[in-house]
Design a protein around this ligand. Structure first.
Ligand code: NAD
Ligand code: TYD
Length: 340
């Protein structure tokens, strides 16, 4: 492993992973990103002059561009973060999700096959398991049961990766991460949305009763686990990554308000998301057996994240002023104007 292609490297987790790689290894890192609304070169600004880093503006659905990049940079490993990722947007318009998360994954797998690459890692999500009732934690061997267009398209990607392993013996691994929080997350996701809204004394639109449960993990813990899988993971295997503990959204909101010393009056319960999964919960024994464990609890991860947004207005303020406003109006305008 010498020359890595990090697809979706200008997004939230991808950019953190690139930082993680450059500070822990001496690899060449090529970011391949379409720069959708979620891609942001400001998240990679501090490494622009690092000689081990290069950026390619491209779409993973474009086989020719993918192949040309692999040739030009002598790529031996692909870590695929590129995806459409927001559940609410997948409900408004699933099209791009099917394109990128399913077809794009297929294009990358074909390239791995054609060039005989050393390794392909697929970054996936706990959402493929669907809603998990109390008393159970998802294991990697559980059946997938996605319930949103986002989760279904990510599941499609996972199934293709598995099929390419079984059929063509490709050297693949898959990780299924829980909700990440940390620096550089686009403020459509709940923690940066609520943090930046609270900083501006704007309402925090909590879906339904707010008692849904998520395992909020710190993004660099997730990156460390992916790096470990690349080095010690078994080919063909799936690994869950999370803290192994989940909290209610209302607790997450309270941590944000307490950290910023803001009033609970900012909380506004709004109409719930259609098909909202009430609980995700991961069994993380398998990744722990590789020698990894989370360094942060969900509570610590959320506090650190709030602190980062407090100190990095230069990053999020321009993002929230652009196309974001149109999306916000479409997603929340009516919800905030009416009682649920
Ligand atoms: P993000 O939305 O912040 O970033 C996605 C990146 O992919 C952006 O830079 C975007 O420009 C790029 N992209 C989108 N379509 C592309 C295409 N066709 N070709 C090339 N680049 C494209 O996403 P994220 O939160 O960083 O998530 C990264 C990966 O991790 C995704 O696969 C996601 O499903 C998975 N994941 C995310 C979370 C989470 O909590 N955010 C949790 C578990 C798994
Ligand atoms: P999100 O960050 O969209 O991640 P996911 O749905 O992929 O887990 O949402 C996290 C939780 O927060 C989820 O239960 C939905 C809830 N939520 C709200 O209550 N209000 C919001 O405005 C958003 C974006 C999410």
């Amino acid at each position: 492993m010498k020359n890595l292609l990090i697809t979706g490297g200008a997004g939230f987790i991808g950019a953190n992973f690139v930082h993680y790689l450059l500070s822990h290894h001496d690899y060449r890192v090529v970011v391949f990103d379409k720069l959708t609304y979620a891609g942001n070169l400001n998240s990679l600004k501090d490494i622009t002059n690092d000689r081990r880093y290069a950026f390619v503006h491209g779409d993973i659905c474009d086989a020719e561009m993918v192949e040309q990049t692999i040739r030009q940079h002598d790529i031996d490993t692909i870590v695929n973060f590129a995806a459409e990722t927001h559940v609410d947007r997948s409900i408004l318009d699933p099209d791009a999700f099917i394109q990128t998360d399913v077809y794009g994954t297929y294009v990358l797998l074909e390239a791995v096959r054609k060039f005989g690459l050393q390794r392909y890692h697929q970054v996936s999500t706990d959402e493929v398991y669907g809603h998990i009732p109390a008393g159970h934690r998802s294991r990697e061997s559980d059946q997938v049961a996605p319930r949103s267009p986002y989760a279904a398209s990510k599941t499609g990607g996972d199934l293709l990766v598995r099929a390419y392993y079984t059929t063509y013996n490709l050297p693949v691994t898959i990780s299924r991460g829980s909700n990440n929080v940390g620096p550089y997350q686009y403020p459509e996701k709940v923690v940066p949305l609520f943090t930046t809204n609270a900083l501006d004394d704007q309402p925090l639109p909590v879906y339904g009763d707010g008692r849904q449960m998520r395992d909020y993990q710190y993004v660099l813990d997730h990156c460390e686990a992916i790096d470990l899988i690349l080095h010690k993971g078994e080919i063909g295997e799936i690994y869950n990554i999370g803290t192994g503990t989940e909290i209610e959204n209302l607790e997450m909101v309270q941590i944000i308000l307490d950290t910023l010393k803001k009033s609970p009056n900012l909380i506004k319960h709004v109409t719930d998301r259609p098909g909202h999964d009430r609980r995700y919960a991961l069994d993380i024994a398998k990744i722990k057996s590789l020698g990894w464990q989370p360094r942060h609890t969900p509570q610590e991860a959320i506090r650190l994240t709030v602190q980062w947004y407090l100190e990095n207005e230069w990053w999020w303020r321009p993002v929230k002023e652009g196309d974001f406003q149109e999306y916000y109006q479409q997603q929340y305008g009516e919800r905030l104007a009416t009682e649920p």
